[in-house]
Design a protein around this ligand. Sequence first.
Ligand code: GSY
Length: 164
Amino acid sequence: MGSNIGNRLEHLVQAVRLLNEHPAINVKKVSSVYETEPVGLTEQAKFLNIAVVIETSLKAIELLSACQFIENKLGRMRKIRWGPRTVDLDILLYNEETIRLENLIVPHIRMAERAFVLIPLIEINSELKNPVTKKLYSEEPAMEDEGVVLWKKVEGVEEFLKQD
Ligand code: GSY
């Protein structure tokens, strides 16, 4: 998840709350919050990014709809491709499945090149491997990229959700 408009932490907390309130989604882990330099369109505000692990009975495509519903509910503004957004929820991995649909590709197509994705993800699970290449995400060269700074240590889902 990422946010770079307004109260960035609040947007992430709200997004995790809404995910967890979904009857078919259980948020199991939340990474620390990282402040990250924008990738893509670099002339925009820094992001706060987190990664979460969920348990769900939803199919991946249904999960995508739930994520889009949350983005819309939190007033996502995405007028410009790669541009600023209130909150962005991307599905990175879904079990160890490979999914190729028109609007959903899993593993997420650019995740292995993005330190703002890899660093929170590895914090949650350092053993995660790309289900296609079997390569450890922790060994991706992008892990060494600068521009990702620990902004707030998170100790657990409950603590994260309790914030005002
Ligand atoms: O792909 C998600 C949106 N996004 C981000 C982001 O979440 N964090 C950073 N640092 N850069 C980004 N560029 C885009 S697009």
